[in-house]
Design a protein. Structure first.
Length: 596
């Protein structure tokens, strides 16, 4: 793959050399609750991509941006590969909910200034309000399923280089302001090779020929885009895909796909592992064997030790072993992948002194073995410290833990910011040179031997190297500082979630004399009786207040309990703390129960 500079070149080669090989299978549970599977071969996918490319070149030219706003489907895969084939820049987005105008979509369209938008006939009506909200826009709207995808493509020529832009990956982050990460063709090819090298190190860095890449993750998110669309082309391995809604409706569908296809390799955020462990019945799993699974990577949000143990225990009777459960870390600014534990190895788990960790030092309170022994019963942050899952040592990618203030590398057991260097690091932010320099222009002072001076991409994520493994601690901008002491919101949120079992946002707000801690927590499965709701709310508030005081030596200024789904999240499912704080300050949350 290293001889090719782009996904379209690799796709063309696969279509020529393996025309009848299964490329993509999309399983549609809306058509059939048991799953209706549509499969395209490499030659069929290449043919469809060229038709889309020919149509796009009628309305635009090489380098123009093209937005994709379509439901999760085979059409989305075809559209994305067709945009890249045309030499244009893909902008993957989601369909606005309920056909309403989506302000985020309109902001992205204004920012990327696309020549065209690719959608489907079923979604076009939902898309048009967002297009209409872009003043003066001249965007050609193409319904991919209305094209004759079996016809000869319109003639076009495209010359690509590794440095050409392939896609703009828009991230919303905690501020809610979308930023387009400019990813090149070279970035994509390099990161696919890095993923294969690390995540299939047990096979010499090459996925076995019968590997199946299984995913329900949304294509508009970097992990879903890599696993579901780009990695199948880059590795030449069969992808079996479905939609996020299909998974959420019935998590056992994900588990069944892992069992039904050989050497399955998949990934999902931590919440999905929790959901699958809690919402699959023995009847759902009857007759399944997971013994053939290669690995499932837990990534995109903080990995919870309790979730890992519950998932492993739930599916152990069906052949799932702990070595199949990987932990990974990445971000769009690195195309996707940065680090993961090696497959078929025990996850590094350690408990750190909470106070020391908040002060910037890692003091281990027990060994990995001891942490494993009590993980099933432990909360991920309790009175004895913070229980964290490690990502192992640096492998194929290059990263360092750096003091963000001095620019010097941190010694082991000292908390710093993760900086990343290498061919997978994106070109910057679209049309934002100031932020690009701030994020992608890091320079290490007095670098150690073998460490480049720069440029380094600053992730904004705090971590520590301890006993040869990387442990993610939190984000710099989300640090809560109360009475001069640092607190990581992740730890506080874990403590609260142990009381509520649902999503939580821990934020700081300005008090009369100092910053104060506010906790917003969702409650699920509420009783129908209003008095019973009020009683439960009062009890949860007491439990949360006591737990935070006990485990973090903190006083909570306010505990706000809200219905499920009230806390804003990013496209990848992460809590948007800054927006949560803004909603709180504006009195925008609909509180459950009555005040005590």
């Amino acid at each position: 793959m290293s001889d090719d500079v782009s996904i379209p070149e690799i796709l063309e080669r696969r279509a020529r050399l393996e025309p009848n090989g299964a490329a993509y299978t999309f399983v549609d549970y809306d058509v059939d609750p048991a799953g209706y599977a549509e499969t395209l071969t490499w030659s069929q996918m290449h043919q469809r991509a060229t038709v889309v490319a020919g149509e796009l070149r009628r309305v635009g030219t090489v380098g123009d941006r093209v937005a994709i706003i379509a439901p999760q489907s085979m059409d989305y895969v075809v559209a994305f590969l067709g945009i890249l084939e045309a030499g244009m820049v893909a902008v993957p987005l989601s369909v606005p909910l309920f056909g309403a105008h989506d302000e985020r979509t309109s902001v992205v369209l204004r920012d990327c200034d696309p020549a065209a938008l690719v959608t489907t006939s079923a979604a076009v009506d939902a898309v048009m309000p967002s297009v209409a909200a872009v003043p003066g826009a001249r965007i050609a709207v193409i319904e991919v399923d209305a094209l004759d995808l079996d016809a000869p493509p319109a003639p076009y020529t495209t010359v690509r280089s590794a440095s050409d832009l392939a896609l703009l990956q828009y991230t919303s982050g905690s501020t809610g302001t979308p930023s387009g990460v400019a990813v090149t063709h070279g970035n994509i090819v390099a990161n696919i090779e890095q993923v294969a090298t690390d995540q299939f190190s047990d096979f010499g860095g090459t996925p076995p020929v019968d590997t199946t890449l299984v995913s329900w993750l949304p294509f508009f998110h970097d992990l879903g885009l890599m696993l579901g669309i780009m990695a199948p082309v880059g590795t030449g391995r069969h992808a079996v895909l479905t939609s996020p809604i299909s998974f959420l409706q019935k998590p056992s569908r994900w588990i069944r796909l892992l069992a039904d296809y050989p050497c399955a390799h998949s990934a999902a955020p931590n919440f999905a592992f929790e959901l699958a462990a809690r919402r699959t019945s023995d009847a759902d799993l009857e007759g399944l064997s997971l013994a053939g699974v290669h690995a499932v990577m837990n990534a995109a949000e903080r990995v919870q030790v309790g979730t890992v143990e519950r998932f492993n225990e739930r599916f152990a009777p069906y052949g799932f072993t702990p070595g199949m459960h990987m932990a990974g870390y990445g971000l769009a600014e690195a195309t996707l992948y940065v680090a993961s534990v090696a497959p078929r190895t025990e996850l590094p788990i350690a408990r750190f002194d909470y106070e020391k960790l908040a002060a910037g030092y890692a003091l281990r309170l027990d060994t990995t073995a001891a942490a494993h022994a009590d993980a099933a019963q432990a909360t991920d942050s309790d009175a004895t410290g913070s229980l964290l899952v490690g990502l192992g040592p640096q492998r194929i990618t290059t990263f360092r833990v750096v003091d963000p203030e001095t620019g010097r590398e941190c010694p082991d057991d000292r908390v710093g910011e993760i900086w990343v260097h290498g061919p997978n690091v994106a070109a910057g932010y679209w049309r934002n040179p100031t932020r690009t320099e701030e994020t992608f222009g890091g320079r290490i002072v007095a670098p150690s031997e073998g460490t480049p001076e720069g440029p380094w991409m600053r992730t904004g994520d705090l971590a520590v190297m301890s006993e040869g493994s990387l442990y993610i601690v939190g984000r710099i901008k989300d640090l809560i500082i109360v009475d001069g002491r640092n607190h990581y919101p992740d730890d506080i949120e874990q403590t609260v979630s142990a009381c509520t079992g649902a999503r939580t946002a821990a934020v700081s707000v300005a008090g009369q004399d100092t910053e104060e801690l506010v906790v917003i927590a969702e409650l699920r499965r509420l009783p129908a009786d209003a008095a019973a709701v009020a009683e439960r709310v009062a009890q949860v508030r007491r439990d949360v207040t006591a737990a935070i005081a006990r485990q973090h030596s903190l006083r909570v200024a306010d505990v706000v309990l809200v219905p499920q789904g009230a806390i804003p999240i990013t496209t990848s499912g992460k809590t948007r703390r800054r927006e949560s704080a803004a909603i709180y300050r504006a009195g925008g949350f609909d509180r459950l129960g009555t005040a005590e």
